[in-house]
Design a binder for this molecule. Structure first.
Ligand SMILES: [Zn+2]
Length: 337
């Protein structure tokens, strides 16, 4: 059986199309695959902050991994992956919405001389030097009610014996511990793009779809071997669909590979004036007034997109006197004549 699409075949263009997620399933084993390549959205993330090379590499891996993971979820809302620790990097964050709109940022430890970071420093050196770092995955449903908490899963960046060395390893550990799903990732990133490949072993279902367990295990091993041949160069510079066909040509000829429509990925931030107003309200009137005594206005900028928000004394007064934040941040209505 050859490759065939579940839906229409998109016209192939000469140009390498990026910012796409390709999902596929194998007929020869209960395994799901995904390939992602992100160029424009990654450039949008990099344009907003200047990261040391080693930090940029880790953030790129997290961005690719996050989109791959998001692609495995049947969930409406935002998925947030945070790698938290105590090294030169305090925090790496990737947020991906169900429509694959992403944003990401890194918070660095300003007490550490970042220019001295070796370019090949890895996750354990940068985030987890004391072995106490963790990976936190939060699922925030779009229809979350006030008072309802988002779902959160946490995994240590230390597997009990050794510190976790890569983002791919951290995500695989998380999937195994939290979802009981065996998952493997291959990730690559540079200043131009980031890309990744994911394989996930699905439960061998009962009924007619159940495969012989030996066949399923053999298939999982075979697909990992095929995937192990992927190079960073391929992950960084090929359209996901092209890479899928290249890696699993033999598999598709002998067993079959079914691919779904490629899904576009975009950069986008969901910061807003009303969210900043909400934050100021939580900070409290006393604290806000003490800032206003020193400066003429409270100014804050979004970590993800750099957008600057300014609240002067009048704006701040509004926040604490209005019954709703929408009233506090909305512009005065234009007088009608
Ligand atoms: Zn923003």
């Amino acid at each position: 059986m050859a490759f065939h699409k579940v839906s229409t075949i998109a016209a192939m263009t000469e140009k390498y199309a990026s910012d796409l997620l390709q999902v596929f399933v194998f007929d020869g084993a209960p395994v799901r695959g995904e390939i992602v390549n992100i160029r424009d959205a990654w450039q949008a993330i990099l344009a907003r902050k200047d990261y040391p090379v080693a930090v940029r590499k880790l953030l790129g891996d997290l961005v690719a991994a996050g989109v791959l993971l998001s692609g495995t979820l049947k969930f409406k809302g935002s998925m947030i992956i945070q790698a938290q620790g105590n090294g030169a990097i305090r925090l790496l964050v990737l947020e991906c919405k169900e429509n694959l709109v992403i944003r990401a940022t890194a918070k660095l430890n300003e007490d550490i001389d970042l220019s001295a970071l070796p370019e090949n420093a890895g996750l354990s050196d940068l985030i987890n030097p004391d072995g106490k770092g963790k990976l936190v995955i939060t699922l925030d449903p779009a229809d979350r009610q006030p008072g309802q908490n988002p779902y959160q899963g946490i995994v240590s960046l230390h597997d009990g014996k050794n510190p976790v060395q890569t983002i791919a390893e951290a995500i695989a550990l998380y999937m195994r511990d939290s979802e009981q799903l065996e998952t493997r990732l291959w990730l690559a990133s540079n200043e131009n793009s980031c890309g990744g490949l994911l394989l996930q072993k699905l439960p061998n279902m009962g009924g007619q779809l159940k495969m012989d367990d030996d066949v399923a295990a053999e298939g999982w091993a075979r697909l990992q071997l095929l995937s192990d041949t992927v190079t960073d160069e391929e992950l960084l510079s090929l359209e996901p669909q092209v890479l899928m066909k290249r890696l699993y040509l033999d598999e598709s000829a002998h067993h079959g590979v079914r691919s779904f429509d490629q899904r576009p990925i975009q950069f986008g931030c969901r910061c807003s004036r009303i969210k900043v107003a909400d934050m100021l309200k939580m900070l409290g009137e006393e604290e806000v007034n003490s800032i206003l005594e020193e400066k003429s206005a409270v100014e804050t900028n979004c970590d993800f997109c750099g957008q600057i928000y300014v609240f002067d004394a009048v704006d701040c007064k509004q926040i604490f006197s209005s019954s709703t934040l929408i009233d506090a941040v909305k512009k005065p209505p234009q007088a009608k004549h």
